[in-house]
Write a protein of this length. Structure first.
Length: 179
């Protein structure tokens, strides 16, 4: 039995995934959380094989938090399950050590198959992400976002969402004048 924790801000997402897996004999949803602090506590207190995590989870300001989770909980595998474009974060997330990057537009059966494969040790990501990683490793930085650091991409993401400089600085724990 694969034990998973769903970490998402949206109750409908949590309920949908949980309902789907209630009749699945291979996957057991042992916990659901809506913020980073609860996710950390859950992984510490329960045996969780896989955390299904949204990059936009409350308390997660970017890949830095994901790297900390990976370091703190090496026996838990993390699948980023999000609506944030894979072109923006997936190559960096995969290089950081996540086990998968799936968009929330995938069918539930595909999510189920991905969880099983990740549990078996396979890293899951799309062909587009594979090509992006290959381009990065070959030094072909033909797109602007590939030339930006992870932090710069995070700042742009929040600015694109309409956040003010001061709000972005607070979210990312930065001095407004230095980012």
């Amino acid at each position: 039995m694969i034990k998973i924790c769903i970490a998402d801000n949206h109750p409908v997402v949590i309920h949908g995934i949980k309902s789907y897996f209630e009749v699945n004999s291979n996957i057991d949803v042992v916990s659901t959380v809506s913020n980073l602090k609860d996710l950390t506590n859950t992984i510490q207190n329960k045996l969780v094989d896989i955390a299904l995590l949204d990059i936009e989870l409350d308390g997660v300001s970017g890949i830095k938090n994901i790297k900390e989770l990976l370091k703190e909980f090496p026996s838990t595998k993390f699948i980023l399950f999000t609506s944030v474009s894979e072109k923006m974060y997936a190559p960096t997330a995969i290089k950081a050590g996540v086990s998968g990057y799936l968009l929330k537009t995938v069918p539930l059966k595909e999510l189920e198959n991905a969880i099983i494969k990740v549990y078996q040790g396979v890293v899951i990501f799309s062909e587009d992400v594979k090509r992006s990683i290959e381009h990065l490793s070959k030094g072909k930085k033909d797109r602007l976002f590939k030339k930006l650091s992870t932090r710069e991409v995070e700042v742009l993401r929040y600015l694109n969402e309409g956040k003010k400089n001061k709000e972005v600085a607070e979210i990312l724990n930065l001095d407004e004048k230095n980012y």
